[in-house]
Design a protein around this ligand. Structure first.
Ligand SMILES: Cc1cc2nc3c(=O)[nH]c(=O)nc-3n(C[C@H](O)[C@H](O)[C@H](O)COP(=O)(O)OP(=O)(O)OC[C@H]3O[C@@H](n4cnc5c(N)ncnc54)[C@H](O)[C@@H]3O)c2cc1C
Length: 304
């Protein structure tokens, strides 16, 4: 057996931790090292240590956009859940990247500060949503971002000023962090505007009800599997629906009967089942439209 790398932090270190308990698909093999740093300082100590030793690491938000290989993840998975600091002042909010974006939307919305309401009931963390530039109900997260603070073990601390989404590198489901592997998003300042708390609350509850009606929470999934493309003229889910693929099953994976762009784990799916179903959908769409759908979900771990 390979010796385990000795790692000491104030938070928790687990070895061979199954990723099914850390992803919304509820699938995925073991992470060689699974670290839950106690706070921001602990996380930075860990990242520096892994960087010095040349050990690969993967930053985990809530795991709601990930398909982790059944073979697992080599190196370390760093859970950012403890980056929970949060302070607000009129017109702006600073939050650590481990915060639930939905919770931030609610806590600010009920106090009469608008800006995040479209993100209510999105299951991701602030950090993961920023990395993905999550987009809900026609609003991309970059549109309400003022700045992001981050740490790169090669270069140190950085602060990115994002003026109303004009910062280069943000776009549809794109953020500059996708081109900076190993960079840790620590937190962000979000622009908020004064609004009627009751109206904000109602908007949030409407968003949640809409998601529920679309079957978002009916079974483990990672939300939309494919990106939408303007070139196609209609959403990817509609194309999949028109091809009669809703309800299609492969192993324990199934295209949601309610929404063509969502794949469910019906209970016993492996990540391999889900990946095979994704491939099947892509082949069918390509055959009938000549278009190759692009995944929005991310493949993590060993897919070789
Ligand atoms: C039911 C459901 C509905 C969904 N609806 C939507 C939707 O409407 N719109 C939408 O855009 N998405 C949607 N999603 C997908 C997902 O919730 C978003 O992409 C979310 O923003 C991902 O956040 P996360 O914390 O889970 O990130 P993860 O899946 O954990 O990670 C995503 C990426 O971010 C990186 N990352 C995470 N944290 C950090 C950090 N602190 N520093 C650096 N990198 C980091 C990871 O390494 C990974 O590359 C949905 C998912 C589900 C399950």
């Amino acid at each position: 057996m390979k010796p385990r790398p000795e790692i000491r932090i104030r938070g928790r270190i687990l070895y061979d931790e199954g990723m099914a308990g850390h992803t919304s698909f509820k699938t995925g093999g073991p992470a060689e090292i699974f670290a839950l740093p106690a706070d921001r300082e602990d996380l930075l100590t860990l990242v520096d240590l892994l960087h010095r030793r040349g050990l690969p690491y993967f930053l985990l938000g809530r795991g709601t956009n990930l398909l982790v290989s059944d073979r697992g993840i080599r190196g370390a998975v760093i859970d950012t859940a403890e980056l929970q600091e949060w302070r607000s002042e009129p017109g702006r909010l600073y939050a650590g990247s481990g915060q639930d974006l939905s919770r931030l939307a609610w806590e600010t919305g009920i106090r009469g500060w608008g800006g995040l309401e479209a993100f209510y009931a999105l299951p991701g963390s602030l950090g993961g949503s920023l990395w993905m530039n999550a987009r809900c109900y026609e609003v991309s997260l970059s549109e309400v971002l003022l700045s992001v603070d981050y740490y790169d073990p090669r270069q140190g601390w950085g602060e990115m000023n994002v003026l109303a989404g004009e910062e280069g590198g943000f776009g549809y489901k794109r953020s500059p962090f996708q081109d900076r592997p190993g960079t840790v998003i620590l937190g962000a300042v979000i622009r908020l505007g004064e609004a009627d708390p009751e109206a904000l609350k109602q908007r949030m509850l409407d968003c949640e009800a809409d998601r529920r009606a679309k079957g978002h929470f009916a079974a483990p999934s990672a939300g939309s599997v494919f990106k939408n493309s303007r070139a196609l003229g209609k959403p990817s889910g509609k194309i999949i629906d028109e091809l009669g693929l809703k309800g299609l099953r492969l192993g324990g994976a199934m295209v949601s009967p309610r929404h063509g762009n969502i794949i469910y784990n019906t209970g016993n799916a492996s990540s391999g089942d889900i990946a095979a179903l994704i491939l099947k959908i892509k082949e069918e769409v390509y055959r009938s439209t000549g278009w190759t759908l692009e995944e929005e979900i991310l493949y993590a771990g060993d897919w070789s």
